[in-house]
Design a protein. Structure first.
Length: 336
């Protein structure tokens, strides 16, 4: 799992922590500095020191959360959360004192917990802990219930993290204030994937080799998917055509010189046609310390039949999530 980290502060005085941002998740949990689990003591996890915060309020309610095969257990609590220039007082969260992976491989390496930004008016409640986004909306902290994400861009270098992404709450970043956006309506029904629009078609190249039209299809947006989920046999077919047959972590590797000859992959979603070139649906991973230069694609089969628009899709766009207007707006930020 490759995801996006968000720097926040919790408590008074504020303690800085890096959290995983997940727009599909509807709650908030944080590792406690008192956690003695082996996983808490590895990967430079710092955790939140509740005893150092004067605004911390604990409860007697216990909770266990299973997030992508890692179990977080602890007590429900409240404290002040600050993110993207906004303060949320008495934010409920799970103060996790025990963290256990359910599988040998796990994602919990560089984060201290997860912040959910799912709107519960669509998502079914998983827990009794409202997410920061639900607290923002419920407490009417904004004039317009909208947040925007500029995803990290540039070389994917194992030796250096990309830090040029940005979360804006309550509007859009100044450089996009006058921009034109594609407006994709949210589907008007409850789904397990809250930020979703209709999917009409998938097209490879000119459509003669591969094309599929959908009746009532769904395309959902994710900040926690490392790949693009495609229905049916699309994944196997594309990997075969591209020649991406060598595993590379979450991805499949292929020869970089093929990119200049590969056709576009087109998504017809929300009534709009969005085409990605080979330089956009695939990407290059480099590392000078490992003498690495590899091109990869991230396609996986969708088990539900929905199209999942994860990292390889999302990083090409500036994206606005507008709960009030019930729409998602996108603007391409890399040249075709």
């Amino acid at each position: 799992m490759i995801a996006y980290g968000l720097n926040v502060t919790i408590g008074n005085p504020p303690q800085s922590l890096t959290m995983l941002l997940d727009i599909e998740w509807d709650t908030f949990f944080v590792q406690s500095s008192a956690c003695e689990s082996a996983l808490c003591k590895s990967y430079n996890h710092t955790g939140f020191n509740s005893s150092a915060s004067t605004s911390y309020v604990k409860s007697k309610n216990e909770l266990t959360v299973d997030y992508n095969d890692v179990l977080f257990s602890g007590m429900l609590a409240r404290d002040t959360l600050s993110l993207a220039g906004l303060n949320i007082e008495k934010q409920p969260f799970l103060d996790a004192r025990d963290i256990q992976p359910r599988t040998f491989f796990h994602w919990y390496i560089e984060y201290n917990g997860v912040i959910g930004f799912a709107p519960r008016y669509i998502a079914q409640p998983r827990h009794i802990v409202p997410s920061p986004w639900q607290m923002i909306v419920g407490n009417e902290l904004l004039d317009h219930n909208v947040f925007s994400i500029q995803f990290p861009a540039g070389s994917r270098d194992f030796d250096k993290h990309r830090t040029n992404g940005e979360l804006t709450i309550g509007g859009v970043a100044p450089q996009f204030s006058d921009a034109e956006f594609l407006q994709l309506p949210l589907i008007d029904k409850k789904t397990a994937t809250p930020w979703a629009t209709g999917a009409q078609s998938l097209i490879w190249g000119d459509g003669k080799t591969l094309r599929e039209d959908f009746d009532g299809g769904i395309a959902f947006f994710s900040t926690a998917l490392s790949y693009i989920l495609l229905p049916g046999n699309w994944t196997d077919a594309l990997l075969d055509i591209i020649g991406a047959n060598k595993p590379f972590g979450f991805f499949k590797q292929f020869a970089c010189d093929k990119r200049k000859k590969l056709p576009n992959l087109t998504f017809v979603i929300g009534g709009h046609t969005i085409s990605l070139s080979a330089y956009e649906y695939s990407f290059e991973i480099i590392s000078s310390s490992r003498n690495l230069n590899a091109c990869v694609v991230g396609f996986e089969r969708s088990m539900t039949g929905s199209v999942g628009l994860g990292l390889p899709f999302m990083e090409n766009f500036y994206t606005v999530f507008d709960q009030d207007a019930k729409q998602i707006k996108r603007r391409l930020i890399t040249p075709l």
